[in-house]
Design a protein around this ligand. Structure first.
Ligand SMILES: [Zn+2]
Length: 249
């Protein structure tokens, strides 16, 4: 049940027939793990807390640097050298006291996955490098935890949902069996613009809300955004029956 205050606060979401009160209750009971609290993780966490998600687990071992500030919109100059997950938690908690926030101020690994993935309804991969993306994909497939991947570099963005609870779902490894074919997307070498991250993380937050509220959140669909032409392109992908990560899992 929602309180009268919650009914008022979330009334514009509840009035959407595909969300309704049951969707809002589902959001309030959901736990979402966000890995990487940088340019994608900042806006994604903001939107999910604002939408009324009950619990966020924020994971990041990095500290804030001055070069992060043009796009990591929860942080300011006083936050430099402080941990990203910790700082984001403080800011979000002030703005959205109803959302419970747990902080993990280290890099995600097998041990953390064993402990936290069973509690999470969903994972958002908001990291900025290919090795993390492969690792998180593998751990989510092993634990059968749905995963929404976002990536961005320069003017380009990418979005993919992987749902290991669905036998037909391709995983990130099906898409890019070797890292040579995967987009390098490292903003330290290629540069990045805040609004591109906001578009991709907005898509991640939207997919997360759709999934939690039992709307269709498409799998096997790679979405690529080109910020120079403002165009999205969707590509249908297929599960690789020989995939070394997700086949027969
Ligand atoms: Zn696969």
């Amino acid at each position: 049940m929602l309180t009268r205050q919650q009914q008022l606060k979330y009334s514009r979401q509840i009035m959407m027939k595909d969300i309704g009160e049951s969707g809002q209750i589902a959001l309030s009971q959901a736990t979402i793990l966000i890995i990487g609290i940088g340019g994608l993780g900042n806006p994604a966490a903001l939107y999910l807390a604002a939408a009324g998600v009950g619990k966020l687990i924020l994971v990041d071992g990095d500290n804030i640097e001055i070069s992060n500030l043009p796009r990591q919109i929860l942080f300011n100059e006083q936050d430099i050298n402080n941990n990203k997950a910790d700082t984001a938690s403080d800011k979000l908690q002030q703005q959205f006291p109803d959302t419970e926030i747990e902080v993990i101020d280290e890099m995600f690994d097998q041990e953390l996955a064993d402990y936290y993935l069973n509690d999470a309804n969903l994972v958002l991969d908001c990291t900025d490098n290919i090795n993390s993306r492969y690792l998180i994909n593998k751990l989510c497939v092993q634990n059968k935890t749905p995963l929404i991947i976002g990536a961005a570099t320069g003017f380009d963005g990418q979005h993919l949902m992987v749902n290991p609870l669905d036998d037909k779902s391709a995983c990130y490894h099906c898409l890019y069996p070797s890292s040579e074919k995967a987009p390098a997307n490292n903003c330290q070498t290629a540069g990045i613009l805040g609004p591109v991250l906001s578009i991709v993380s907005g898509m991640q937050a939207l997919s997360a809300i759709k999934y939690i509220t039992k709307n269709k959140a498409p799998i096997n669909q790679l979405s690529l955004f080109d910020g120079l032409t403002n165009q999205w392109q969707q590509f249908n992908i297929r599960k690789n029956s020989q995939c070394e990560v997700c086949a027969n899992k």
